[in-house]
Design a protein around this ligand. Structure first.
Ligand code: SF4
Length: 472
């Protein structure tokens, strides 16, 4: 997983718990499990029933929290966030959960995803007097809630959420309730669990495993859960749209030990490798290797299906921090070498199948192919466990322009030449969808595949009509 030097960056991770006196510590562990989704900042907001208490900071979970800080955020409920800054921008003011104190009731929010109509909503809100503390899209949601003339609070939230377009898994916290919602297409994952009598929600089920919580179910697209000392209420804020969960969660983003829609990520990736092996039966090779970490599962699957032995041809140096990766060409080059090392004894004189999960710009793939050849590989056959990424993602994965995507303007053969591989094969869309083995009849198994097809499940820059606009 070379996200930060490849140009395909992780999404954020959200976590929430209601009904456990150790909510802050449990959130801290939850964030540890979700750390792969965002390393730029982390925060926890708790409630003791009287006030909301926050600890937030930039950097990794371990840099932000310590025992002293966690002891200060007391309470029986908490929401937490691991941040990767996409549309929201960087800086402490953008680190979530965002907390708004008010005499009419304080409110905290944690959000995973990207709103495609945030700019329009923000423009409207600013025109009608709202002042923003951050550049985060997430703040828009809070202003919409505060502006709503509906009553009670739940209806304000429902109205605000119904105006949002795009991807969101959101957790709101007040002194007396935790409200959980997922966008109408279910673009970003969000699961519900239980820890004794406490309710837990998390972007990925690996967070439940770490704290010993039991998985209950996925939160449905368009669903709204209200969790309080009275238990859990199931509601919805909008009619469910076409189910389109992000396919890249299976390919690359989620942790292999997580399950999404009850499909284990590692097993799905292994099946992608098997599908790939079927689709490139013509390749003759001596060893299969995967680009660590996210491509290892697919490489194992490829090896099992093709009969070509799996080997550790590339080793990841786990102790290189993000701070070393600078955006100049030379330092990027060095960045790859610091992150990955070839195992010469495995590669020398061998025809190598190199499995990777995706190609974004192609520059990292080229560096890895060169690295394998410099280590003595006789041939390098690059196989990719997803289709060519031709279109940008507007839902929170950080590929925002066509120019960043080599497959948007180059054929497979042109990409092969650019990355200096002997052959290049991408998994077909059908093969990828089949490999996920999702339990839905919907088109593409209920997956969003827009970055491979350009067919987006929502409008991209919609001209939203706001009920408030009629009031101004
Ligand atoms: Fe995921 Fe691609 Fe859809 Fe974005 S466009 S949500 S990365 S499948």
């Amino acid at each position: 997983m070379l996200a930060e030097i490849r140009g395909l960056n992780e999404e954020c991770g959200v976590f929430g718990i209601w009904g456990n006196q150790d909510a802050a510590h449990l959130s801290y562990y939850g964030l540890h499990a979700l750390q792969h989704r965002g390393q730029e900042g982390a925060g926890i907001v708790t409630t003791d029933g009287n006030q909301l208490n926050a600890v937030r900071g930039e950097g990794l979970v371990n840099d932000v929290f310590n025992e002293d800080k966690l002891r200060k955020v007391v309470g029986h409920a908490a929401i937490a966030h691991a941040q990767y800054a996409t549309a929201s921008g960087r800086g402490l003011e953008n680190v979530q959960p965002l907390l708004f104190r008010s005499s009419t009731g304080s409110l905290a929010i944690a959000h995973n995803g990207n709103l495609v109509n945030a700019a329009h909503l923000k423009q409207f809100l600013e025109r009608s007097g709202s002042l923003f503390n951050s550049t985060s899209d997430t703040e828009v949601v809070v202003h919409l809630i505060k502006k709503s003339k509906q009553s009670p609070f739940r209806s304000k939230v429902k109205e605000a959420l119904s105006l949002l377009k795009g991807a969101f898994s959101i957790i709101l916290l007040t002194n007396d309730q935790m409200i959980v919602a997922r966008d109408r297409n279910g673009l970003r994952p969000l699961s519900l669990g239980k820890l004794g009598d406490a309710y837990v929600v998390a972007s990925e089920t690996c967070a439940f495993d770490l704290i010993g919580a039991e998985y209950v179910r996925e939160i449905e697209p368009g669903e709204l859960l209200i969790i309080s000392n009275n238990g859990i209420e199931i509601d919805s804020y909008v009619e469910k749209g076409k189910r389109t969960m992000c396919a890249m969660e299976y390919v690359y983003l989620a942790r292999p030990d997580s399950n999404i829609d009850e499909v284990n990520i590692h097993m799905a990736r292994k099946r992608m490798g098997k599908e790939l092996a079927k689709e490139c039966a013509h390749i003759e090779a001596d060893v299969v290797t995967g680009v660590p970490d996210s491509s290892i599962s697919a490489a194992i699957g490829f090896s099992e299906a093709s009969g070509i032995p799996y080997e550790l041809g590339l080793i990841k140096n786990r102790y290189v921090g993000r701070t070393f990766i600078q955006p100049t060409q030379e330092l990027r080059e060095r960045g790859v070498k610091m992150k990955l090392s070839p195992v010469v004894q495995v590669l020398k004189g061998k025809r190598v199948v190199m499995v990777d999960d995706s190609i974004v710009r192609g520059t990292t793939s080229k560096r890895i192919v060169r690295m394998l050849k410099e280590a003595g590989a006789a041939e390098v056959h690059v196989v990719i466990s997803s289709p060519p990424m031709t279109d940008p993602c507007y839902y929170g994965i950080d590929t925002s322009t066509h120019e960043e995507l080599i497959a948007s303007s180059h054929s497979v053969e042109e990409i092969r030449q650019a990355i200096e591989a002997d052959t290049l094969t991408f998994l077909s869309l059908e093969g990828m969808v089949r490999a996920t083995n999702r339990p839905f009849e919907d088109e593409n198994g209920g997956l969003c595949v827009a970055c491979f097809t350009g067919k987006y499940p929502t409008e991209i820059f919609p001209d939203t009509v706001l009920p408030h606009e009629k009031d101004c």
